[in-house]
Design a protein around this ligand. Structure first.
Ligand code: CA
Length: 242
């Protein structure tokens, strides 16, 4: 059986989406509660097979908390299959069998960290945070389609932007504007070019639309929107980044 649950759409839940795979209801609930309180979205599965379905279909998955002893497909096999399919989502394995060889097997099948039951929820949350931080850093280091400008990091494939490691919410138009700037630093764009690239050639309206969206974007990414340092106005021409 599979249950999915999404935290309410507050800015806090952008911290990440965690799949909790655990067949013991009390432990599953306790983990889910702690994660939601920390601001994560939580997906739940009670056996390995359902968990694989969630891992394949979830719109977003940043971390898996995985019990070893599970019905249908156990945690070790789940992890093997996941890695075999090329899914590199971080996995935190949890098990009542806390001896050294179990830990080693867990790490060998592709888990990123291992925690023995019983554990405190604060420790679990701290480990989750560390894994998520690490995977984001690795992503920045290895993926060519990440743009960096000062403190701004843009992950175009994930439609995600962070400033000083805090995620910001952009509208689709703001995102596409910033994407254009970040992928062409210091290039000057005229209002007409921005209209065509972001709104499309069929857009009926004038270039003031661009100014309005630039203002909104500046309010989200500039320290002082009235004195922008990132998206600057090039008088008589348009805008550029940097
Ligand atoms: Ca179990």
């Amino acid at each position: 059986m599979l249950l999915t649950e999404q935290a309410p759409a507050t800015p806090k839940n952008t911290l990440g989406c965690v799949l909790v795979v655990e067949d013991e209801a009390i432990i599953q609930e306790a983990i889910a509660l702690s994660l939601r309180e920390e601001g994560y979205s939580v997906l739940l599965a009670e056996d390995g097979y359902s968990a694989l379905q969630v891992a394949k279909t979830a719109a977003r998955l940043d971390l898996v908390i995985l019990d070893v002893m599970l019905p249908s497909i156990n945690g070790l096999d789940f992890c093997r299959i996941l890695r075999h399919e090329g899914n590199n989502v971080p996995v935190l394995m949890i098990s009542a069998r806390g001896n050294e060889s179990d830990r080693i097997v867990g790490l060998e099948v592709g888990a990123d960290d291992y925690l023995s039951k019983p554990f405190g929820m604060r420790e679990l949350v701290a480990r989750c945070r560390a894994l998520l931080r690490r995977s984001r850093r690795d992503f920045v280091a290895t993926n060519a389609t990440v743009y960096k400008f000062g403190d701004i990091i843009m992950y175009p494939d994930e439609c995600r932007v962070t400033i000083n490691e805090t995620e910001i919410n952009l509208s689709p138009k703001e995102f596409r504007l910033l994407d254009l700037f970040m992928s062409h630093p210091r290039r000057v764009w005229s209002r007409e070019q921005l209209l065509e690239k972001v709104w499309g050639v069929d857009f009926v309206g004038d270039s003031k639309t661009v100014d309005v969206h630039i203002r909104w974007l500046r309010e989200k990414i500039e320290v002082d929107p009235s004195d922008p340092k990132h998206i600057v106005t090039v008088r008589g021409f348009g805008y550029r980044l940097g």
